[in-house]
Design a protein around this ligand. Structure first.
Ligand SMILES: Cc1cc2nc3c(=O)[nH]c(=O)nc-3n(C[C@H](O)[C@H](O)[C@H](O)COP(=O)(O)OP(=O)(O)OC[C@H]3O[C@@H](n4cnc5c(N)ncnc54)[C@H](O)[C@@H]3O)c2cc1C
Length: 447
């Protein structure tokens, strides 16, 4: 359908938000997404204000068979929240967060960012576990699983999801929870944006005071010894502690975040500063909201990125050697292999309880190429692909759908495995039989 006709048709429905076509002064700003590789030109961007706008946009996309991208924080690695020639349904204005400090819950709009959730919680000294970068969208992160500094203690973001409101392909607004439409609720906890547009989430929150953070930097040449020591400490860590390390061509940065009572932090955290010849270190207490912003600049908008992840059961010497070898040919200074500790409360939930796959994993890894110059695309993508393939050979089966720069049925099938994929395909057939919501790690509807 021609762009001008599509925009006219959208405007005729009296969308309360704005409808932007390529002639609009704000079009270029609003078509941008986090990954600069995804430089796409939608026919229309609908900046939804409310559920009615969402329903109207879905109806037109379905009736006119126009490609529909759904966008919250815009962080999709493969750029699935934008498209060429279709409609981008941009929920970023629907970002209200209402915290109930007595019930310890948060109602969160479908376009809110982690920074909105974290800030609203901090006033009541409450938090819901989410990701590590405050400009990530709550919606995309949650629908894939959601892992971060509090997950070992309080579970994945989906483990704290109590209910969601979702507009499905036929325009119905469905309230889903463990008791109402339980299959849909199972599917949205890991199945991504396959089933409709979530306009509101309801989360459980937890009491949280200050966190204690330790960050130590070691030379890459200390890799074997430092990471073997790291694995020994991490293996016995209590669930109030979450650790990670980032390997670049120049250093290994080990981070340890303690969310329990601060007196124990002083004995546990400093051990991570004695893994080798630390060239620098920091150990301090800070507000959780400040911790959440620490990676915002490093992983800022507008750079080019290709990344793929997977799960380790342990950081053994084969894994360390493979990472050390791969990072030696890193294509840019900011490219990295990042490893985050899982386990704890994540593994308390049965693998079959949610669509998310990988409950038994002890670590999550991601090979992350980050660069700026378009002409470097082939070599940066090639490095991340080959590093990911090598690490995948040492990894557990299953994968995290939220951090795969490639998209397609194979990605989803490999991530979920045959049994979960079949269940997801049945749920998809019920709620989105024509696959209107296909810009995601797509599940083909199959009754
Ligand atoms: C810099 C960066 C840091 C990250 N850190 C973490 C981390 O610490 N932990 C972690 O678990 N993940 C992390 N991720 C991965 C992140 O969870 C995914 O990229 C996620 O999809 C981002 O969600 P979004 O809303 O920002 O993205 P968007 O690009 O807006 O959306 C991604 C997809 O989610 C779906 N979607 C979005 N909004 C809705 C909605 N309201 N209803 C239905 N479907 C919707 C759509 O299918 C869309 O294509 C990170 C990604 C980046 C780029």
């Amino acid at each position: 359908m021609e762009a001008a006709l599509l925009i006219r048709e959208l405007e005729k429905t009296r969308i309360d938000g704005a409808v932007l076509g390529s002639g609009h002064g704000d079009y270029d700003d609003h078509r941008k997404v986090w990954n600069a590789i995804a430089d796409r030109r939608p026919a229309a961007i609908v900046r939804a204000q409310n559920v009615r706008d969402v329903t109207k946009t879905i109806a037109i996309a379905a009736k006119r068979e126009v490609l529909l991208a759904v966008r919250s924080g815009g962080h999709s690695l493969p750029g699935l929240s934008t498209c060429d020639n279709g409609i981008v349904l941009d929920l970023s204005a629907m970002n209200e967060v209402v915290v109930d400090p007595i019930a310890r819950t948060a109602e969160v709009g479908g376009g809110a960012l982690l920074q909105h959730l974290d800030a609203a919680g901090s006033h009541a000294r409450l938090a819901t576990p989410a990701g590590l970068v405050s400009h990530t969208g709550v919606a995309g992160l949650t629908l894939g699983g959601g892992m971060g500094w509090l997950s070992r203690r309080f579970g994945l973001t989906i483990d704290n999801l109590l209910a969601a409101d979702i507009v499905t392909a036929d325009g119905q607004l469905i309230h889903t929870s463990a008791d109402t439409e339980p299959d849909l609720f199972w599917g949205i906890r890991g199945g991504g944006g396959n089933f409709g547009v979530v306009t509101k989430f309801r989360f459980r929150m937890h009491s949280l005071g200050q966190v204690v953070v330790g960050i130590w930097e070691y030379p890459t040449s200390d890799c074997q010894v430092a990471l073997r020591g790291y694995q020994e400490l991490a293996r016995n860590a209590p669930r109030e502690l979450t650790t990670s390390f980032t390997l670049t061509s120049s250093s290994i940065v080990v981070t340890a975040v303690w969310s329990g009572s601060s007196d124990r932090a002083d004995t546990i955290l400093p051990q991570f500063g004695r893994l080798g010849r630390a060239v620098s270190g920091l150990h301090s207490s800070m507000a959780y909201v400040d911790l959440q912003k620490r990676n915002d600049d490093h992983l800022c908008w507008g750079r080019r990125c290709y990344a793929k992840g997977g799960y380790f059961s342990e950081i053994n010497s084969k894994v360390i050697e493979c990472m050390k070898d791969a990072i030696a040919s890193s294509p840019s200074p900011d490219s990295e292999i990042y490893v985050m500790q899982l386990g704890g409360a994540i593994a308390d939930v049965a693998e079959s309880a949610t669509a998310y796959s990988g409950r038994e994993a002890s670590y999550y890894w991601i090979a992350d190429a980050i660069w700026d110059d378009k002409t470097d695309d082939p070599r940066c993508v090639a490095w991340a692909r080959s590093t990911a393939a090598r690490l995948a050979a040492l990894s557990l089966s299953g994968n995290y759908v939220n951090e795969q720069a490639d998209a397609g049925k194979d990605v989803a099938f490999t991530a979920y495995g045959a049994e979960k994929y079949r269940k997801l395909a049945r749920i998809k057939a019920r709620f989105d039989p024509t696959n209107l919501f296909r810009l995601n790690q797509n599940i083909e509807p199959k009754p």
